[in-house]
Design a protein around this ligand. Structure first.
Ligand code: SF4
Length: 311
């Protein structure tokens, strides 16, 4: 329902004087920038009331409006993290600025698997969401259905200047946000931030992430990301190790959730991996509820080895 709202046009419905609420003809309620004051209450309501959850859309000014001034500093911070790479918790320690490659197989450049406008993505994005699929990932999940994005070398390098032009065009053509996903966009944070610093337009930035980044990377991303969409796959370390070959996953994810739980817009996606309802999905949901965070569950097509895993 909220996908039909023109978030750039607050007059798209009945406005209530100076009070920043708009009620649309279909009964949806749009709340403009009430921010910290009532968001904790709204989060609680959203958690408890599925009807309200469908009808409420909170609109904020994109962080980039002010963040552009500090982007140069953030870009320098990321470059420092890539000299002995600790962008994500693989902590490969390679110098990606010097052509060395770690687990993700990426250097300092962006390789784009695809880009397109996506419709009805949900998670507060509006529609269409201009979506950039960055190749490369910190995970190797047996059930990954976007395996092709892991073969980074098969995709052309895209320079930040080129990406900035694409982002600007998307904004001019009515896209509601800039949506980065993959693979995993975390590994390509440097060229993406550089592109954002070059854009002339400003849209909300959506970060759909495997959520295995280090706290230093999160700190930088918090300056520019408006909507966080972490994919949380496993609710314990053993399943993550067995299926995604990732150590200490659940502890890292819980720590990262704590680091962003007070951000204005966080929508966690939980893939419904078969046979992992109790060991993973149940525990993830319990943890998110304890943090008053929203989540959506995604059906998963298991095309890899995961469907064969026995618990
Ligand atoms: S981004 Fe992560 S996986 Fe890639 S080199 Fe750095 S630490 Fe390793």
């Amino acid at each position: 329902m909220t996908d039909n709202i023109d978030t750039n046009n607050p007059s798209d419905g009945l406005s209530y004087g100076t009070f920043p609420i708009t009620i649309l003809s279909d009964g949806s309620v749009v709340v403009y920038d009430l921010a910290e004051l009532i968001l904790p209450v709204l989060r609680k309501l959203l958690q408890d009331d599925s009807i309200l959850r469908k009808q409420l859309c909170v609109v904020h000014k994109p962080k980039l409006v002010t963040a552009k001034k500090v982007l140069t500093m953030q870009i320098e911070t990321i470059k420092r993290l890539m000299i002995s790479c600790e962008i994500c918790e693989r902590r490969c320690g390679v110098n990606r600025l010097n052509g060395e490659r770690g687990f993700c197989e990426l250097g300092e450049t962006l390789r784009v698997g695809a880009y397109a406008n996506l419709y009805n993505e949900g998670c507060g994005m509006g529609s269409p969401a201009f979506s950039v699929f960055a190749a490369g990932c910190s995970m190797r999940c047996d059930y990954c259905y976007r395996n092709e994005f892991l073969q980074t070398e098969q995709f052309e390098v895209m320079q930040p200047e080129t990406l900035a032009v694409l982002l600007d065009k998307a904004a001019e053509n009515g896209s509601t946000c800039w949506h980065f996903l993959g693979g995993n966009p975390d590994q390509s944070i440097l060229p993406i931030l550089t592109a954002l610093s070059l854009t002339k337009q400003t849209l909300p930035v959506v970060w759909n992430t495997a959520f295995t980044m280090t706290p230093q990377t999160i700190q930088v991303l918090r300056e520019v990301v408006d909507i966080w969409v972490p994919d949380i796959k496993f609710g314990n370390n053993n399943c993550a190790k067995k299926i995604a070959k990732f150590d200490n996953y659940w502890n890292i994810v819980k720590r990262n959730i704590k680091l962003i739980q007070n951000e204005k817009q966080v929508y966690v996606r939980i893939p419904k991996l078969p046979k992992h309802e109790t060991c993973c999905q149940k525990l993830i949901k319990e943890f998110l509820k304890s943090c008053s965070l929203q989540f959506v569950e995604n059906e998963v097509v298991t095309i890899g080895k995961a469907s064969q895993h026995k618990r």
